[in-house]
Design a protein around this ligand. Structure first.
Ligand code: NAD
Ligand code: WQD
Length: 341
């Protein structure tokens, strides 16, 4: 049985991935400092997967603490590295905290891999590395644009660190997965996204408006050069996304990589406008959403969606869950967390 160390495993995408790994019979060790998640997530995972993963509360900014995890769980076969700070706006306010957390955590893990003989890692990257793309859909070969935020820059630097690290140590197999816009929750509504404070992202803002926590959704701009004037994104269901990680882990463990450092886009391949998302949400929930159009949000790109051919053919992965089912899962999750508080 393979043992997978999942950093940030109590977080949003991490928790869904842990469930899928456990369903595939893999042994999971989660490490998380709970800076953006809580221990109740472990109950949700256990309720879905029928088993509790190992859990260590620790901070990857501490090298010795990182090493101690590898000493305690000898025999880790691969790492999935989700742990990071991820709020674009906050990264502009606190750039050093973002560089410290996102870069040091990765460096400590790579050092631990060398020290403890772990050869494989899957890394959470982002479509933010493409910035405003020159052509659509975006392939893995599309140019990397200068980052528009410290957060985005940490993802670009981390990818470079992975590439350099792999080049210096040919036995290592590394994969960066560039997520487009992950949304939704597990269909059981036992795990999901827990945004702290006022959400920056569209879907949590929609569900919080629909349930009455926020008065009105602001649509950031209707004067883009798109069919209905609102911005276009590639919204990918978090369970579909989680399953791609299982595929990436298998590819590494079975040594099926074409190159020792690989990059995959993870999206649906289809762009949806903000107005299309609102309409789909209203349709599945049966209730109108209170929204108004305001100015564009600074730093937003007009449209971005993935060419997923490489993930389809090489990983054998394809997004399967549709937007309506996905929005319903986000809504069910919102209702569940509010019923608890
Ligand atoms: P999340 O905040 O829900 O999960 C990250 C987890 O990492 C949290 O549980 C947090 O407590 C933990 N963590 C942070 N710093 C840590 C540290 N130093 N030591 C130990 N644990 C630490 O975020 P998420 O949405 O699940 O994102 C996971 C990864 O995917 C991140 O790397 C993020 O940048 C990337 N990503 C996310 C999105 C998105 O829209 N959610 C899109 C593209 C990429
Ligand atoms: C989606 C669309 C907004 C909120 C961010 C990060 C990116 C990646 C994914 C991590 C946009 C519009 C939003 C609202 C709105 N994360 N919107 N009203 O900005 O595409 O990507 O998450 O790597 O790096 O930047 O996602 O959900 O914030 O916005 O109209 O209240 O919804 O303008 O067009 P974004 P988002």
């Amino acid at each position: 049985m393979s043992t997978i160390l999942v950093t940030g495993g109590t977080g949003y995408i991490g928790s869904h991935t842990v469930v899928e790994l456990m369903r595939e019979g893999m042994e999971v060790v989660i490490v998380d400092n709970l800076s953006n998640s809580n221990l109740e997530v472990l109950d949700g995972i256990e309720a879905i997967a029928g088993k509790r993963p190992h859990f260590e509360e620790m901070d990857l900014r501490e090298r010795d603490a990182t090493y101690r995890v590898f000493e305690k769980y000898a025999g880790v076969d691969a790492i999935i590295h989700f742990a990071a700070f991820k709020a674009v706006g906050e990264s502009v306010e606190k750039p050093l905290a973002y560089y410290e957390n996102n870069l040091l955590s990765l460096i400590h893990l790579l050092e631990a891999m060398d020290r403890y003989g772990v050869d494989h890692m899957v890394f959470s990257s982002s479509c933010t590395v493409y910035g405003e793309p020159d052509s659509l859909p975006v392939t893995e070969d599309s140019p990397i644009k200068k980052a528009t935020s410290p957060y985005g820059n940490t993802k670009q630097i981390c990818e470079e660190i992975l590439q350099d690290s792999q080049a210096s140590s040919p036995g290592k197999g590394l994969i960066s997965l560039r997520y487009f816009n992950p949304i939704g929750a597990h269909p059981s509504a036992m795990i999901g996204e827990l945004p702290s404070g006022v959400p920056n992202n569209l879907i949590p803002f929609i569900t919080q408006t629909a349930i009455g926590i926020r008065e009105q959704l602001s649509v950031f701009g209707d004067d883009y050069n798109t069919p209905d004037g609102s911005a276009i994104r590639d919204y990918i269901n978090v369970v579909d996304l989680a399953r791609a990680h299982v595929k990436a882990i298998r590819r590494l463990l079975e040594k099926r990589q074409k190159q020792a450092y690989e990059v995959f886009n993870l999206g649906t391949g289809r762009g949806l406008s903000v107005f299309e998302v609102i309409r789909a949400f209203e349709k599945v929930t049966g209730q109108p959403l209170n929204f108004r159009v305001v100015d564009r949000r600074e730093g937003d790109v007009e449209q971005v969606y993935a060419d997923t051919t490489y993930a389809n053919t090489e990983l054998g992965w394809k997004a399967e869950i549709g937007i309506e089912e996905t929005l319903l899962s986000a809504w069910d999750w919102e209702k569940y967390i509010r019923s608890k508080s």
